[in-house]
Ligand binder design. Structure first.
Ligand code: PLP
Length: 408
């Protein structure tokens, strides 16, 4: 069996290097931190009460653990515990927020919600907005993006001045890793009385919160992007805002998200958030160093390699590249069993359609067709970088040779 470098015992010998499996797709999902796993399994074994059971101690125990987790998650993003609504992940959080906002607008103002949104957002945001548009419940004011996938604050200001109801801006991009100017955007939105919704799935736990007060805004986060379990996330709602639930049910979580709470998942999410607060800055600095080493090695060894995204404002673990003339699938096919990198977002990898993000950035076709998303995280080791620095260029050279008959 091939080894994964996540094994705690993985002191890898030279001989082992040939058998190593390397995970470099942290923007798709992160491995669970063993300390998080431990609290999840302990909770599953020992605390089975329903956190909403107010009549006995089993319920009290579960509710106490949820309260602690809620406080950690709130602290991670600079919110208050009362603002945290636990969900099954960011997709659900985004749907509750955007569909709920559209519903409020329809009920109160009898018109569709107008949203300023850039075409580089995740499919969970764009498809939810498309659904609302198809129902006649939303209209969009597209925001422009530049070749680095960056938005323009002037354009955001313009959209807010034009009188949109809401501004939708992600914390960081899930493909190219571009970090967005949330602090400035939220100030502009606040000055114009525009509601801000932030999909913080990629930024929470990777960069410190840059909006001091989320009281007038909403954001979505997901545990599996920060070394927590899959299937649990949160929506941060403005204090006192009652968004309509997506489905009918009990009165849990102020009725915004009915259903029995996923206590072990929430406890794991809370622990993951707590660890990010303590360890984020050191982990991210280390990750940035490894990413830069890999970037340098790939640039040296792969002629023509282009790095995509905003090099001035990019997630520490993100390295998005294109290799003109070498289709990405030809590279992936050669390394897929040993090195995990991707052609794009996990929800669309395997789909033979150019990424909407790269298209919005205006990348020319040969850069679109050859795009590779490489992403590192806190379990990435320097031996992983050694393997990737050796094997990705070899795969590119082999793909070039197969296509053009000579090794470039
Ligand atoms: N938004 C962004 C930016 C993402 O990267 C993802 C997941 O890839 C999502 C939303 C959806 O998150 P979840 O998997 O928690 O539903």
């Amino acid at each position: 069996m091939t080894k994964t470098t996540l094994d705690a015992s993985s002191a890898i010998s030279e001989g082992d290097l040939a058998n190593v499996r390397v995970y470099l797709d942290y923007q798709a999902t992160t491995p669970i931190d063993p300390r998080v796993l431990s609290v999840v399994t302990t909770c599953m074994s020992n605390v089975f009460g329903n956190a909403s059971s107010a009549d006995h101690i089993y319920g009290d125990e579960a509710a106490e653990l949820v309260a602690v987790a809620r406080a950690h998650v709130a602290a991670l993003v600079g919110a208050t515990p009362e603002q945290v609504i636990f969900t099954s992940g960011s997709t659900e959080s985004i749907n509750i927020a955007l569909q709920g906002l559209a519903r409020l607008c329809r009920d109160r103002q009898r018109r569709p919600l107008s949203i300023a949104v850039a075409p580089i957002e995740h499919a969970a945001v764009l498809d939810t907005i498309e659904l609302l548009k198809a129902r006649g419940d939303a209209v969009t004011r597209p925001l422009s993006v530049n070749a680095a996938g960056q938005v323009s604050l002037d354009d955001i200001e313009c959209a807010c001045r034009e009188g949109v109801d809401a501004l939708c801006l992600m914390g960081a991009n899930n493909e190219v890793g571009t970090i967005y100017p949330l602090r400035e955007a939220s100030n502009i939105a606040r000055q114009h009385g525009v509601f801000l919704f932030c999909d913080a799935t990629q930024s929470a736990g990777r960069i410190p919160p840059c909006v001091e007060h989320w009281h007038g805004s909403a954001l979505s986060i997901s545990a599996h992007k920060m070394y927590g379990p899959k299937g649990v996330g949160a929506l941060i709602v403005p204090t006192g805002m009652r968004l309509q639930a997506l489905f009918a049910g009990g009165n849990q979580q102020m009725g915004i998200r009915p259903g029995t709470l996923n206590v072990p998942g929430i406890v794991g999410f809370g622990e993951a958030a707590r660890l990010r607060i303590v360890e984020m800055s050191e982990d991210e600095a280390r990750t940035r160093g490894l990413r830069d080493d890999l970037e340098t090695a790939l640039k040296d060894k792969i002629p023509g390699l282009v790095v995509n995204g905003d090099s001035m404002s990019r997630l520490a673990g993100s390295l998005h590249v294109s290799i003109p003339g070498v289709p990405n699938h030809a590279v992936i096919a050669r390394i897929r069993n040993r090195i995990a990198i991707s052609t794009g977002a996990a929800c669309s990898s395997g789909i033979e359609r150019p990424s909407h993000v790269l298209q919005a950035m205006g990348l020319r076709k040969e850069l679109l067709d050859s795009a590779l998303r490489i992403s590192l995280g806190k379990f990435t080791k320097s031996t992983d970088i050694d393997v990737a620095s050796a094997e990705i260029p070899t795969a590119v050279a082999a793909a070039r040779a197969a296509l053009y008959g000579a090794v470039a």
